[in-house]
Design a protein around this ligand. Structure first.
Ligand code: SAM
Length: 334
């Protein structure tokens, strides 16, 4: 059933000379309508907070925060004095009940996460669902988001994309996830039979210390020609985009001492990157650790132990895990 609530914006429109547009509407004046306001905050650059976000944070009765200390820094910067309350993954369920009671009693409540848009790989979805079920109004206050910021400057297809959040941390689970994604991508890929299907971009959030391991998994599962973009430290001083094939981007990152900062990883998911050739590459890449160790040894004049160490770093895996796999491989070929 359609939600027939009146929006906070529409309920408080002041006259705005010169703004006779169907696209833009003047900002509402206070007091705010009771409801849950999902307020996006910057992902790095403080200048990315919106005028409306500031108005709403100033006007609400209470701000529910993923981390009250983190939000307090933001509020201090903008000289906003407002009661805060925690609402994070460990207390969202119980806090939801309390906040919804507040709203039903006529209060306006804002929800913010540590950075970016609430509910996007952050707490919020539960509270929103509960609020809707309880019949209280929910208002999006849009602003910064890392996935969309990375996508629009990536150079990868933006007509169709899928945001997949964080991949599993454990190597085995991550590979299974990537293999399943590759199968789905093959089904969704453009074909002569159905030319309407277009290349699309898959967007992930990734931790800097797992980036090399994840890229190695992508190369194994999707092949070395997969087009990827690593978007790092968006909107901050050290903002950086690395664009290229997964093999090229891995090479560049391997040449660095350390990978720091916040990261969005994007891949292009067209038919040709999940071709039978790439699948075969994946099979051989996983089987031939002994061959790769031999190549690293001959190229660098180092012993097997050192070569194993380098390969482990390259693949983001532990030496012992790789060694066990090498032993299994050798046993299988005896
Ligand atoms: N809700 C946030 C949003 O709207 O983007 C995302 C929160 S999620 C817990 C945090 C992850 O988002 C980081 O680990 C990183 O992958 C990504 N991220 C956040 N800020 C970023 C930035 N400035 N540059 C690149 N990635 C960022």
């Amino acid at each position: 059933m359609a939600d027939a609530k009146e929006s906070a914006g529409a309920s408080n429109l002041a006259g705005a000379p010169g703004l006779d547009s169907e696209t833009w509407e003047p900002a509402p004046s206070t007091p705010l309508a009771p409801g849950l306001y999902l307020v996006a905050t910057p992902i790095g650059n403080l200048g990315d907070i919106t005028l409306r976000a500031l108005d709403i944070l100033r006007a609400v009765d209470r701000i529910a925060c993923e981390d009250t200390r983190q939000t307090q820094k933001l509020l201090n910067h903008f000289e906003i004095v407002k009661p805060t309350v925690s609402c994070h993954e460990h207390n969202e369920h119980t806090r939801a009940t309390e906040l919804i009671q507040n709203i039903k009693a006529g209060k306006a409540i804002a929800l913010v996460s540590d950075a970016g848009t609430p509910a996007i790989s952050d707490p919020g979805s539960w509270l929103v669902r509960e609020a809707i079920a309880a019949g209280v109004p929910v208002f999006p206050i849009p602003g910064a988001n890392a996935a969309i910021s990375a996508l629009i400057a990536s150079g990868l297809p933006a007509e169709e994309f899928e945001f997949l959040g964080f991949l599993p941390e454990k190597s085995g689970a991550r590979r299974t996830r990537l293999e399943n994604l590759a199968k789905i991508a093959a089904l969704a890929a453009p074909s002569q039979a159905d030319p309407r299907k277009t290349a699309r971009t898959l967007i992930f959030y990734e931790a800097p210390h797992r980036l090399l391991a994840t890229l190695a998994d992508f190369e194994n599962v999707w092949g070395p020609a997969l087009r990827v973009v690593v978007a790092r430290e968006l909107t901050k001083i050290h903002e950086e985009f690395l664009r290229g094939t997964v093999a090229e981007v891995r090479r560049e990152l391997l040449s660095r001492d350390r990978i720091r900062g916040e990261i969005v990883l994007l891949i292009e998911s067209p038919a040709q990157t999940v071709s039978p050739g790439a699948a075969q590459h994946a099979a051989t890449a996983q089987e031939k650790i002994a061959d790769r160790i031999a190549r690293i040894r001959s190229e660098n004049g180092i012993d097997e132990k050192e070569a194993l160490k380098r390969l482990a770093r390259e693949q983001g895996r532990s030496k012992s895990e790789l060694y066990r796999e090498l032993q299994r491989e050798r046993a299988a070929h005896r």
